[in-house]
Design a protein around this ligand. Structure first.
Ligand code: BDP
Length: 622
């Protein structure tokens, strides 16, 4: 270690120590169960208009802004600050949020938590002027026990500092490459870095002795369903019960917790499986008991289905299923990346209208309502981490930080989403590469490529150890490393032959795709899918002979790719990029700061391609 890195590590350690004394780091286990309201637990949504203040000089902490903001403006939470304030569109530095709330006295004696469902990218929380906790990472929740900080019968001040600095040691990365190819803001990904409290902030309470985590692993043999239910609790309760209801059945079994853990195996005769045609959900209720007295109850819905693969197909309940659908974004004018239930419902309606049966949560885990809705409506989801555009070269400290962030994301995403039957695959990363990011030097040698492969493999090992009931994949970029597909269950690729290469010549693009698919399948003998393909179309642009950027070209492009897929038994899914146009940073390929590969416009009006998909897909079996 040279002098410079010793100094760096030392100052990092000193910094962490000082920090550790004030702010707790969020424990991922605290997000395992989504907060609910029932007679044992309470929930208070803090969505509304909060106080807000920009802190470009980062002086807020020194000046004790956590004791209350002066000269503030108003902001909607959830919401993205970049859309709400025209003077803050490209601002990524520190800001402060503040709200006040009473905590009902009926919550006294319980453990009270704050849960922030997304603070992009890093956040610190103070309650009533006291430091509570810190979290880094976007699009996933974090929670802290705030019981000791509550003022009863008075209002409580909640202050959250957020910043979204784009940096090579974060995931996704920003400010990576210098020079003229830089986009503005300088992301290493193709969507706008909407910042702030993009999802709701809630307070909730749980009994002192409570269920902390429930993991349900479903399967079936013949017509008997099986739920393998793992329960973790906090507190000294030893006894409990699990009740499974649905389809006229009511099955209850007692559990006893040893060292706060129990496993219940519930067999369900004449099982009603979860499928696309019949997305049937059972209700699982876990109760903790003290003798006759019930201490805590938590209910959730789950479906019984299995997921697998053969050489050519993804299998749902043992039968081949073809994934028709889209990559999407959480993106809308004014809202930015803010949660909005009407938009979620609208997008599901549009997907159904086209005949889609699935989507990938490109390029980050979505608001939780999406998964509940998919469970209920019968959609298949590929759940993706925020690991978009990952690279493994350059500064080694930054690389380790990215790797840590990826491991945290995998754990948090798994903990939050693991009980949704709609999620059939985990996507570890979108378009990771063993080559450097643009402008970051030359391609590594063989030995280094091998090391990079091992790093990437660690992520697969982690998610496979966590979850053996789902498929695992990553999405391969054009001209990316081929041997990485050894790690995956499904070969998933994003392809734009006929757009970014041989632009204007769809036929050549389609031929390239066809040959490549054959080669990949011959080499790996695994089912293949296109997780992205598409062309930008400016709504209202037309041409007799299709030309790039016209609606005709987009439609012809999508048609040609779907035609290629139809000729190959081993293609198990086709996801069009994108459901709707979306906002991007500015650079020369993004006219007006938009990616226009949506088959719907950003305000959800159909282009020709959307009508075409409906004609082609809507009549087909789910
Ligand atoms: C793919 C990326 C996606 C981009 C798309 C495009 O995965 O995020 O938006 O290209 O260029 O490579 O439209």
């Amino acid at each position: 270690m040279n002098l410079k890195s010793t100094f760096l590590v030392l100052s990092l350690l000193i910094g962490m120590k000082m920090f550790a004394s004030d702010f707790k780091i969020a424990d991922p286990k605290d997000i395992a169960l989504r907060p609910i309201q029932n007679s044992f637990r309470n929930l208070l949504d803090l969505s509304g208009v909060w106080k807000f203040k920009k802190d470009s000089a980062n002086i807020g902490e020194q000046e004790h802004w956590f004791e209350g903001l002066s000269d503030y403006r108003s902001i909607a939470v959830p919401g993205s600050w970049n859309e709400q304030f025209s003077d803050m569109r490209d601002y990524m530095d520190w800001v402060w949020y503040e709200t006040e709330t009473y905590v009902p006295s009926s919550w006294k004696g319980q453990n009270i938590f704050i849960r922030v469902n997304d603070a992009t990218y890093a956040a610190k929380i103070w309650i009533n002027g006291k430091p509570v906790g810190y979290h880094e990472g976007c699009h996933l929740p974090f929670a802290f026990d705030i019981s000791p900080f509550i003022n009863w019968n008075e209002s409580n001040r909640i202050v959250i500092q957020v910043e979204n600095q784009l940096s090579p040691d974060r995931v996704p990365t920003g400010n990576v490459s210098g020079g003229s190819f830089r986009s503005f803001p300088a992301t290493n990904y193709d969507f706008f870095p909407y910042s702030g409290l993009n999802r709701s902030v809630v307070l909730y309470s749980v009994p002192k002795n409570h269920t902390k985590d429930i993991t349900i692993k479903p399967s079936f043999k013949g017509n008997v369903g099986e739920l393998d239910i793992h329960i973790e609790s906090e507190g000294q309760e030893r006894d409990g019960k699990v009740l499974v209801t649905g389809n006229g059945k009511k099955i209850e079994i007692p559990i006893s917790l040893t060292k706060n853990k129990a496993v219940a195996k519930v067999l369900i005769p004449d099982v009603r499986l979860w499928s696309l045609d019949d997305p049937f959900l059972y209700t699982v209720t876990v109760s903790l008991l003290d003798g006759e007295e019930t201490k805590d109850v938590y209910s959730l819905k789950t479906g019984i289905r299995t997921v697998g693969v053969d050489e050519n197909h993804i299998l749902l309940n043992g039968k081949p299923v073809f994934l028709r659908g889209f990559g999407r974004h959480e993106d809308f004018p004014v809202l930015g990346r803010s949660s909005c239930n009407s938009l979620i419902i609208k997008d599901f309606e549009l997907m159904k209208w086209t005949g889609a049966n699935s989507f990938r949560t490109t390029h980050y885990p979505y608001d939780e309502e999406n998964y509940d809705l998919a469970d209920r409506e019968g959609f298949l989801i590929i759940g993706e981490t925020p690991g978009v555009g990952l690279y493994f070269t350059g500064d080694s400290i930054a690389l380790e930080k990215r790797q840590d962030a990826m491991k945290r994301y995998l754990e948090e995403m798994y903990l939050r989403d693991k009980n949704h039957p709609s999620i059939i695959m985990w996507c570890v990363a979108n378009e990771p590469n063993d080559n450097p990011a643009v402008g970051q030097g030359t391609s590594p040698g063989r030995e280094d490529k091998e090391k990079i492969y091992r790093k990437f493999e660690e992520l697969f090992t982690q998610i496979r150890e966590l979850d053996s009931t789902r498929l695992v994949m990553y999405v391969g970029v054009m001209m990316g490393p081929i041997n990485w597909f050894n790690l995956t269950d499904v070969i998933a690729i994003n392809r734009y032959w006929g757009w970014y290469t041989t632009g204007g010549d769809i036929a050549t693009g389609a031929r390239t795709l066809s040959h490549e698919l054959d080669r990949l399948h011959r080499k790996f003998n695994k089912p293949c899918m296109l997780t992205e393909f598409g062309a930008d179309a400016m709504s209202g642009f037309h041409a007799v002979n299709s030309e790039m950027y016209t609606e005709e070209y987009q439609k012809e492009f999508i048609k040609a790719y779907l035609d290629v897929a139809d000729t190959k038994d081993f293609v198990t899914g086709m996801h069009v990029w994108n459901l709707a146009d979306f906002k991007t940073p500015q650079w020369m390929l993004r006219f007006g700061g938009y990616n226009m590969k949506g088959v719907f416009t950003r305000d959800r009006k159909p282009k020709m391609a959307a009508h075409y998909l409906r004609e082609r897909w809507a009549q087909q079996e789910k």
